[in-house]
Design a protein around this ligand. Structure first.
Ligand SMILES: NC(=O)c1ccc[n+]([C@@H]2O[C@H](COP(=O)([O-])OP(=O)(O)OC[C@H]3O[C@@H](n4cnc5c(N)ncnc54)[C@H](O)[C@@H]3O)[C@@H](O)[C@H]2O)c1
Length: 756
C-alpha cells in the first residue's frame, strides 16, 4: 500500500478537525457553520482518504462515531439500545450499487427470507428516543453520540402529538421508540410570518428551529413552538409481535404513536427509484421538509443478518436529494427601480449552484426586510430555493462574523433614485416601500414599462424583450453580476417615452425614429469562436455589422420588431389597457372595462364624468381602488398623451361587437392547465370569456371543466379525483363551439390519461 505522505496526513487531520467542529455547531448549538452539502462533501472526502489508508482510522475518527455530544446544559441519559446514524448515498447509481451489495449479502446470509425494501422519506428534523415503561412516557432523550443522549423529557412532554400513555395493548414493559421531531412546513411558514410581523428576524430553517426548540432550557419556551413527531424505529425488539419494519409501524400506530404516512413496501430497484423520483418531485408538498429518502430491508431476520457498523446499520441507507440550501458570500446589496417606481433592494452574491441552477441575486423586498433578516454586506449568508424557483436569502451565518466585523457593512437605502437622481419617498405616509416619483422621465421606469407593454399579458410583442426594451430606452444595463462581469452601457435612448413606441411600426409614415436605430450599438451577448473562453463580441442589436465599421442593413431582429409592432396595433382593447401600466389595472380589470365600455373613447368619457369614481367602481370586476387609480391616471397630461399618440399611430382602440359569437359557456367555470398545441394560455382564457364563461385558475368541485394540455400537473390530478370532466384541445374546441351538449363522452379524458 502507498504510505501516507505528509500533505495527505495534514489534509486528513484538518478535515477531521473541521468535521468535529461543524458537528458540534450543528448538534450542540443548532447553528451550523457550513451547509449540509458542504458538510457531506467534507465527510465524503474523509471517508475516501480512510478507504485508501485504513491505518489512519482510529476509534475517535469522525467516521466511527455518531455525530453529536452531550451538552452540560442537560443531564446525560444512557439509551437502552444504541441509536445509529445512516450511511448516505448521493446518486441513484451509488444507490443501485448499495442495493445490489445488500441484496447479495442478504441472499447468502438469510437465504430463506424474502428481501423487500421499505422506502420512507428522510425527515429533516432532530432524532429523539422515547422510553415508555408500563405504557407511560418516562424519558425522552436526544441521540447524542448514539450511546448517551441529553435528557429533554420536560420539553418533549409539551408536544401534543406524542402520547404520554400508550394506547391498546401488547407493548413490552419497557420499550424505546425512535423518531424525528420536526416543525411542519405550514406551521413553520406561519410562525415566521408572525415573527416578521413583529419586526423580528425569521428562523432560518425548520430543522434547526426544531432542534433549537427541543434543546431549550425552559419547557415553556418549547411549548410555544409548533413541534410534531413521526416515529420510525424501535430499540429493543424482544417480545414484539412484529417480524418486520412495516409490521412494527402498524403496531406503533396502534399504540397511538404518530407514524409517517409516506412509507411504501417495495420489491424491486426500479420501484425504489420510482419512489425517489415521485417524492423528489413532490417534496415541497409534504407535511414536512425532507432531505432524502431512507431505504430499509424490511424483514428483521435480514436486518439481523446484515448487522451494524459502529456508526450505521448495514440494512438501511439514506439517499440524499441535491441540496436546496447553501451558503454563499453576500457581496453587495443594490437597488432596482421597478415599473411603478418602487425601489427594491436585492442581494448580489458570489454565484452558487442551488437546486438546479446558479444563483447570484435574490430580492430582499424592502429595507425593513433587510433589517429583519439582519444581513450585512460581506456576510456569509444562507441561500435557499424552496417550493418555487425563487431564491431567498434566509439570513447570515452569525458565528462566521467573528473576527470579521471590520469587513462588514450595513446596507443603507439610497435617498435618490439610482437611475435619474430624483429624491425617493414613500407613495404615502407610513408605507414601507419607497418610490421614485419621476415616472415620466426616469429611464429605469420607462424601460420597465416598455418591457411590460410588450409582454405576453399586454401587446404580446415577442421581438421586444427586456434586452430590446433596454436598448431602445436609456435604461441602465443588466446588472454585471448576472453576466460574468461583462459591463454593458445603458441603452441609447432612441425613445424617451412610450408614447413614441408605435412610431417605430412598419406602417408608420415617418421613419425618422426607425432610422435613428441605425446609430444604436448595444453590447449583445454573443460568444465569439471558442465557447467558454469568456470573450464577448460587440454586436449591434438593431443593425447587422457591415464589412466596415458602418452598419449595413437592419438586422432580422429589427425587421421583426417593426413587423410585430404593426401587428400589435390591432390587438383587442383590454390588451391596450394593460399596456398603459395603470396601477392595479391588470388583465382582469382591463377585460372588465373593455367589456363594459367597448372603446377607449367611452372609457375616457366615463373617467372624465363628474361621478367617475363612483360609476367606475360599480363596474363588475373594477371596484373603488381601480376606479380611483384610473381617474388619477387619466388626470396626468403625459399619460393622456401616450393614449393620443398610440391612437394617432393607428393603434385600434375599440372592440368590434361580434354579435355572432354564441355565448356557449354561459354560467360555466373552466380551468385551463398545461400547454395546449394551438392555444396560448391567454388565448384559451379569452375564448372562454368571450363566450360568456368564467376562466378560473384553480380547480374545485364547482369547476365545470378542466382543459388539460401537455405537462398538466396537480390540477389534473385534483380534477380527476373530484370527478370534474377533463378535456384536451379537441374537447375544448367542441365545448367552445357547442357548449356542454357539443362534448361527446369520447372527448373526455379519463384517469389513465387517455380519451375514452
Ligand atoms: N451543516 C453542518 O454543519 C452539519 C453538521 C453535521 C451534520 N449535518 C447534517 O446531518 C447529516 C449527518 O447527520 P446524521 O449523522 O444525523 O445522519 P443523517 O441525518 O444523514 O441520517 C441519520 C438520521 O436520519 C434520521 N431519519 C430521518 N428520517 C428517518 C427515517 N425515515 N428512518 C430512519 N432515520 C431517519 C434519523 O434520526 C437518523 O439518526 C449530514 O449528512 C448533514 O446533512 C450537517
Amino acid at each position: 500500500m502507498v504510505g501516507v505522505n505528509d500533505s495527505l496526513r495534514s489534509e486528513y487531520e484538518q478535515l477531521a478537525d473541521d468535521v468535529r467542529r461543524y458537528r458540534f455547531a450543528y448538534y450542540n448549538e443548532d447553528a451550523p457553520l457550513v451547509s449540509d452539502a458542504e458538510f457531506d462533501r467534507l465527510f465524503g472526502r474523509l471517508e475516501e482518504i480512510e478507504a485508501l489508508h485504513p491505518e489512519l482510522v482510529s476509534n475517535d475518527s469522525p467516521t466511527q462515531e455518531v455525530g453529536g455530544d452531550v451538552s452540560a446544559a442537560f443531564s446525560p441519559v444512557e439509551h437502552l439500545s444504541r441509536m445509529y446514524s445512516l450511511e448516505d448515498v448521493f446518486s441513484t447509481s451509488e444507490l443501485s450499487v448499495w442495493l445490489e451489495r445488500a441484496g447479495t449479502n442478504a441472499a447468502t446470509q438469510a437465504p430463506h427470507e424474502r428481501l423487500r425494501w421499505l422506502c420512507e422519506v428522510k425527515i429533516d428534523g432532530l432524532a429523539v428516543n422515547l422510553l415508555y415503561r408500563d405504557g407511560r412516557l418516562v424519558r425522552a432523550a436526544t441521540r447524542g453520540d448514539g450511546t448517551t443522549g441529553e435528557d429533554v423529557t420536560h420539553n418533549v412532554l409539551t408536544i401534543k402529538s406524542i402520547p404520554t400513555e400508550l394506547a391498546g395493548s401488547g407493548w413490552p414493559a419497557e420499550v424505546e421508540v425512535r423518531g424525528e421531531i420536526f416543525i411542519s412546513s405550514a406551521e413553520f411558514a406561519a410562525y415566521n410570518e408572525n415573527l416578521v410581523a413583529q419586526g423580528k428576524a425569521p428562523l432560518a430553517n425548520p430543522r434547526n428551529a426544531a432542534a433549537g426548540s427541543i434543546r431549550q432550557k425552559d419547557p415553556a419556551e418549547t411549548a410555544k413552538r409548533p413541534l410534531s413527531m413521526f416515529v420510525h424505529g424501535i430499540g429493543v425488539r424482544e417480545g414484539l409481535v412484529a417480524a418486520s419494519q412495516h409490521e412494527t409501524y402498524d403496531l406503533l400506530a396502534a399504540w397511538g404513536l404518530p407514524v409517517s404516512p409516506y412509507s411504501e413496501l417495495l420489491d424491486t430497484e426500479d420501484e425504489v427509484l420510482d419512489y425517489i423520483g415521485r417524492f423528489g418531485a413532490s417534496r415541497h408538498e409534504l407535511i414536512h421538509e425532507i432531505d432524502g429518502i431512507v431505504v430499509k430491508a424490511d424483514a428483521f431476520a435480514i436486518q439481523r443478518s446484515l448487522g451494524y457498523t459502529s456508526r450505521v446499520p448495514r440494512w438501511a441507507v439514506a439517499y440524499k436529494y441535491p441540496p436546496e440550501e447553501v451558503h454563499t458570500r453576500l457581496l453587495d446589496i443594490k437597488v432596482d427601480v421597478g415599473r411603478t417606481g418602487r425601489v427594491t433592494p436585492y442581494a448580489v452574491m458570489e454565484p452558487v449552484f442551488v437546486a438546479g441552477s446558479t444563483v447570484s441575486r435574490a430580492t430582499l423586498h424592502n429595507q425593513d426586510v433587510v433589517k429583519a433578516k439582519n444581513v450585512k454586506i460581506g456576510d456569509t449568508v444562507i441561500l435557499r430555493k424552496a417550493g418555487d424557483v425563487i431564491p431567498e436569502v434566509l439570513g447570515p451565518v452569525l458565528p462566521l462574523r467573528e473576527g470579521r466585523e471590520d469587513e462588514l457593512r450595513d446596507f443603507v437605502m439610497p435617498t435618490e433614485c439610482p437611475a435619474c437622481g430624483t429624491g425617493l419617498r414613500p407613495a404615502k405616509e407610513g408605507d414601507v416601500d419607497i418610490r421614485c416619483p419621476n415616472a415620466e422621465t426616469c429611464p429605469a421606469q420607462l424601460t420597465e414599462r416598455v418591457a411590460h407593454l410588450a409582454g405576453r399579458g399586454a401587446f404580446d410583442i415577442e421581438a421586444l424583450g427586456d434586452e430590446a426594451a433596454q436598448a431602445l430606452t436609456a435604461g441602465p444595463g443588466p446588472d454585471p453580476a448576472e453576466n460574468d462581469g461583462v459591463v454593458r452601457p445603458s441603452g441609447a435612448g432612441v425613445i424617451t417615452n412610450e408614447a413614441q413606441i408605435f412610431d417605430l411600426a412598419e406602417g408608420h409614415d415617418d421613419d425618422t425614429l426607425r432610422a435613428a436605430l441605425a446609430d444604436v450599438k448595444v453590447w449583445r451577448e454573443k460568444r465569439s469562436k471558442g465557447e467558454g473562453t469568456g470573450v464577448w463580441e460587440l454586436a449591434p442589436y438593431f443593425y447587422t455589422k457591415g464589412t466596415k465599421a458602418k452598419p449595413s442593413a437592419p438586422s432580422k431582429n429589427t425587421l421583426n420588431l417593426f413587423r410585430e409592432l404593426e401587428k400589435a396595433k390591432t390587438r383587442p382593447l383590454w390588451r391596450v389597457l394593460v399596456g398603459l401600466s395603470i396601477r392595479h389595472v391588470g388583465p382582469t380589470a382591463s377585460r372588465a372595462l373593455a367589456t363594459r365600455y367597448g372603446s377607449m373613447d367611452a372609457i375616457r368619457a366615463a373617467v372624465a364624468a363628474e361621478t367617475a369614481r363612483e360609476d367606475l367602481a360599480e363596474v363588475d370586476g373594477v371596484g373603488s381602488i381601480i376606479a380611483n387609480a384610473l381617474v388619477d391616471w387619466f388626470n396626468v397630461d403625459w399619460h393622456r398623451n401616450v393614449v393620443d399618440s398610440w391612437q394617432a399611430a393607428g393603434v385600434k382602440m375599440e372592440d368590434e361587437q361580434d354579435e355572432s359569437m354564441a355565448k356557449t359557456l354561459e354560467s360555466l367555470t373552466v380551468v385551463v392547465t398545461g400547454t395546449l398545441p394551438n392555444f396560448s394560455r391567454d388565448e384559451a382564457k379569452e375564448a372562454i370569456i368571450v363566450r360568456g364563461g368564467k376562466a378560473s385558475g384553480s380547480v374545485s368541485k364547482k369547476t365545470s371543466y378542466l382543459v388539460a394540455g401537455e405537462a398538466a400537473g396537480s390540477k389534473l390530478d385534483k380534477a380527476l379525483s373530484l370527478g370534474v370532466p377533463v378535456l384536451g384541445e379537441e374537447g375544448f374546441r367542441a365545448l367552445l363551439a357547442g357548449g356542454p351538449d357539443g362534448v361527446g363522452d369520447e372527448l373526455l379524458i379519463t384517469n389513465d390519461g387517455s380519451a375514452e
